[in-house]
Design a protein around this ligand. Structure first.
Ligand code: DC
Length: 227
């Protein structure tokens, strides 16, 4: 019997707060691969647009921003729960981009076809080099349809809202569970009903429901799929 080679291009998709980033980072570290969270790029564009008081409904202007923005993603410089540093014009915006204002507006920005085209091309270029765990919504379906392994990580909206709530509380910030749940449901709705690259599992993705599984259990399962 021949051993299957470890997959080199791993696509990890799923809805907001399903645990993709935690799993993806852990998997990438254990395989010695690059971890690339593509949501960071959509967040960065949204953050820049908000900083410049741009009209988020102006698709042409937001598209131009996505085509020209210099977003630098570097290995984490601080041990504060981040999986990478996101630098825009020398400013560390890693946590600013996780704020409520970006959360509330990022789905609008990420629904624009030409914003997606500009960012997907950059993502594909990085992914095709291999030895990568790429995390997002459309990695298995659009960005890297020939990925060696595709995982779709899901969990109920209630469980995902609970996790997000705990993360915010752990950072010492105030949080309202009901409000978070409402936003998770709204973001799911926009992400999965948009015309371009909607959130959905690829036909050949392996589906994992993490409602009843902790991080270690999901990790062990995914690692067994790689080895
Ligand atoms: O994973 P996240 O919550 O950081 O993603 C932020 C937003 O970006 C989310 O609303 C969906 C969008 N996104 C996307 O459309 N495609 C991706 N590959 C990654 C994220």
């Amino acid at each position: 019997m021949t051993n299957k080679p470890t997959p080199s291009i791993i696509a990890l998709d799923g809805p907001a707060a399903s645990g993709k980033s935690t799993l993806g980072k852990k998997l990438a570290d254990s395989l010695g691969y690059l971890f690339f969270d593509t949501g960071v790029m959509y967040r960065a564009i949204t953050w820049i647009a908000l900083q410049h008081d741009m009209n988020l409904r102006d698709e042409a202007a937001i598209t131009q921003l996505a085509q020209n923005a210099q977003i630098d993603i570097r290995p984490p410089s601080k041990d504060d729960g981040r999986s990478c540093d996101v630098i825009i014009g020398e400013k560390d915006v890693t946590w600013d981009m996780r704020g409520e204002e970006v959360d509330a507006n990022v789905s609008v920005v990420s629904a624009y076809a030409n914003v997606r085209k500009a960012l997907s091309e950059q993502q594909r270029r990085i992914g095709m080099r291999g030895k990568v765990v790429m995390v997002g919504r459309d990695i298995g379906t659009v960005v890297l349809p020939d990925a060696d392994l595709k995982i779709y990580l899901d969990a109920s909206a209630e469980e995902r809202a609970k996790r997000r709530y705990n993360e915010i509380i752990a950072r010492g910030e105030p949080a309202d569970y009901d409000e978070i749940l409402r936003k998770v449901i709204e973001r799911d709705r926009i992400d999965s009903t948009r015309a371009v690259a909607p959130l959905r599992p690829a036909d050949d993705a392996i589906l994992i429901d993490s409602d009843e599984l902790d991080v270690e259990q999901v990790f062990a399962h995914v690692l067994s799929l790689c080895k």
